[in-house]
Design a protein around this ligand. Structure first.
Ligand code: GSH
Length: 117
């Protein structure tokens, strides 16, 4: 069975979880915070970022657009159109959403930073 590693409040993890749920793909979900001292994320993703999808043969898939592509492929291209142009349009929306999430995550992290930092 597939295993998704992430956190409950990571927007990229949520995207991958929604793809798995909408595609009815059985999976385990493991919570691992990349900033925790005991995190195991770096064993699966050298960039030390979540989400990571672990396949049955232990291959790790990372970066959420790669994960969403993989999930859609194994589910028979249910959510992302197959034809080149429409696929590009959906992936373009994904890129915009990812860019907004990148900015939102940075704003949140900067707000949490202590004044002396
Ligand atoms: N481009 C990556 C971004 C993933 C990302 O930045 N995830 C954040 C959590 S929301 C992370 O793992 N940050 C590492 C950290 O907090 O140390 C993707 O789409 O998967």
């Amino acid at each position: 069975m597939l295993t998704l590693i992430g956190t409950l409040n990571s927007p990229y993890t949520r995207k991958a979880r929604l793809m798995l749920l909408e595609s009815n793909i059985p999976h385990h979900f493991i919570i691992d915070l990349p900033r925790d001292a005991n995190t195991k994320i770096v064993q699966y993703n050298p960039l030390k970022r979540i989400p990571v999808l672990i396949l049955e043969d232990k291959t790790s898939v990372f970066d959420s657009p790669v994960i969403t592509d993989y999930i859609d492929n194994i589910s028979g291209d249910k959510l992302i159109p197959k034809d080149t142009h429409n696929r590009m349009l959906v992936k373009r929306w994904e890129a915009i959403a990812d860019g907004i999430m990148d900015a939102a995550v940075q704003i949140r992290m900067e707000r949490d930073r202590k004044v002396e930092q």
